[in-house]
Design a protein around this ligand. Sequence first.
Ligand code: SAH
Length: 344
Amino acid sequence: MKTDIRSMLPDELTCFCKEMNLPSFRAKQIFRWLHIDGVESFDEMSNIPKQLRDKLNEIAEIFHCTIENKQISLYDSTVKYLFRLNDGEFVESVLMKYKYGYSLCVSSQVGCRMGCTFCASTLGGVVRSLTASEILAQIFAAQKDACIRVSHVVMMGMGEPLDNYDNTVRFLKLATHEDGLNLSMRNISLSTCGIVPKIYDLAKENMQFTLSVSLHAPNDELRSSMMPVNRKWPVDELLKACRDYVKTTSRRISFEYSMVRGKNDTDECAIELAKRLKGMLCHVNLIPVNAVDETGCIGSTPQRVQQFAAILQARGINTTVRRTLGADIDAACGQLRKKKMKGE
Ligand code: SAH
């Protein structure tokens, strides 16, 4: 097994170089090539002697992404990538342009094992988790392809980041490292379906990214019918962990609420949701669910979404309706990979 060199933190890379009897400036040079230039091979490291590059090639590997497929939205120039990983697996990323810069939605796993009924990513289960370097590689590949700098990252692509906890935290450390991409922690969001013990762990890391929690329903009956994870960690326990998270980090939590027509979009749901979130430093993001053939779920109408938002706002809950980007390019998670698997 070759060393996954882009997943190493600077200290680890320094040790790695020391073991090879290299001077410490080599570790700095290599880190720059990997994390600023985003190289895909050791041969691109032009200030590293050829002999050393050959040695590195033998013992280490740079995980990177190649573009297997790319779709550009005609409406808003959102780009959806299907990336091929070193071992031939596929993941998706979505590049979105905002007033403040470019935001990339990255995947954390190949597939997902959480089983949410409305989601395309989970249809075939999980194949494996991504390494930190494979999450990073999505950023480098998108930047290179679009000739832009990514300033914001959302961990809302395929997979459950907290089901891949160590690599996710490692990715956050690397992406925000000042000698690397140097992204601002405040420009990163991490979305979870609600793995409660990991939310407590995350709070202890005390990082300043935004935690998004996919809530989608105000009570156990409804939430368990949409998200199997709720049978293990019900709404009460989840919201308790969220309150603890806010207390420990002083960061506002964002609740995602994907609206399925006739399922979780009624006035009663909005009233119940407002009651449960009352007094919490939080924000609710509403989005009509993206239709995925296999799931049979249909998104709520714009009027319903507005009415739902109005009920929450009238009860003092900070609420926004999320703009849907890339609706013409299967930008809802998992749809491209699923088509590739089916050979469509
Ligand atoms: N596993 C993480 C992150 C990936 S999904 C999580 O569950 O949060 C990112 C967000 O998209 C989640 O809020 C998820 O519930 C939502 N989502 C999944 N499929 C969707 C669909 N078809 N339409 C709208 N939102 C969807």
